[in-house]
Design a protein around this ligand. Structure first.
Ligand code: ADP
Ligand code: ADP
Length: 228
């Protein structure tokens, strides 16, 4: 079934007297459990579309519906991972992962159990008491992923989460993300400008194109791939 339904989405920004058309006529359906990569050059509108789905920046025109309900703001059904690790610098790794759970009102022992499970899943056990500034970029992204998984939202929105990592770390985290995705069965919408990364990760690649003067996106690539 379709989980995310994007219809006629347009997004314009006013910069001074200029109008920037970041998105135009976007129609896109994402099925439950799909891993979709939004691929395109820098500036083509990927982040803008992802932010519209996240509810951070509602479209100027058109609608985004999740499970049949039009969304206009962020919600617990959609978790976001950014390129720049948006961790709380004053909290340890374990506290960062626990943060969302405290807000959800989980009991202390439940939180402890969930945090433990996620630290293990992301191979962060030995880093639990470190602060973000004392972690490598890859480790910080592991924490960001653990934290978003803690929220247990059925949809993960990821904006170039591995873009700042070296090739080897990126591949390791891609593999872990695939493993987690297969395990927990989430719907993933993943923004990248890397063709290689989208081919490696996606069930389906949505290509967004950019032409100076006009903005046009029209190519969909379906690529169901065997997974064993
Ligand atoms: P990326 O290519 O990684 O998506 P960008 O540099 O395009 O990053 O955008 C980074 C952030 O800055 C985004 O949140 C975007 O909304 C914002 N942004 C991009 N272009 C502009 C602009 N011309 N004016 C104001 N904010 C912008
Ligand atoms: P991408 O993620 O593909 O790099 P973005 O979605 O960040 O592209 O940006 C798409 C277009 O919208 C760009 O021209 C960018 O400069 C513009 N843009 C994005 N965010 C803003 C903003 N907050 N204010 C003005 N222009 C923006």
């Amino acid at each position: 079934p379709v989980q995310i339904r994007i219809r006629g989405v347009e997004k314009t920004f006013a910069v001074g007297t200029q109008k920037i058309v970041a998105l135009q006529d976007i129609d896109l359906d994402i099925r439950k459990g799909e891993f979709v990569c939004l691929l395109g050059p820098s500036g083509c509108g990927k982040s803008t579309l992802l932010n519209a789905v996240a509810g951070f920046q509602p479209p100027t025109k058109g609608t985004v519906a999740v499970d049949g309900r039009t969304i206009t703001e962020p919600g617990p059904d959609r978790g976001m991972v950014f390129q720049e690790y948006a961790l709380f610098p004053w909290m340890t790794v374990a506290q960062n992962v626990a943060f969302g759970l405290e807000i959800k009102g989980m009991s202390k022992p439940e939180i402890a159990g969930t945090v433990e499970r996620l630290l293990e899943k992301l191979h962060l056990q030995d880093f639990r008491n470190r602060f973000p500034k004392d972690l490598s970029g890859g480790m910080r992204q592991r924490v960001a992923i653990a934290r978003v998984l803690a929220l247990d939202s059925p949809i993960l929105l990821m904006d170039e989460p591995f873009g700042a990592l070296d090739a080897l770390t990126r591949r390791t985290l891609q593999d872990e993300l695939l493993r987690i995705w297969e395990e927990v069965g989430k719907t993933i919408l993943f923004v990248t400008h890397s063709i290689e990364e989208s081919i490696y990760l996606a069930d389906r690649i949505v290509v967004m194109t950019y032409r100076p003067g006009t903005v046009k996106r029209d190519v969909l690539v379906d690529m169901p791939r065997p997974r064993d």
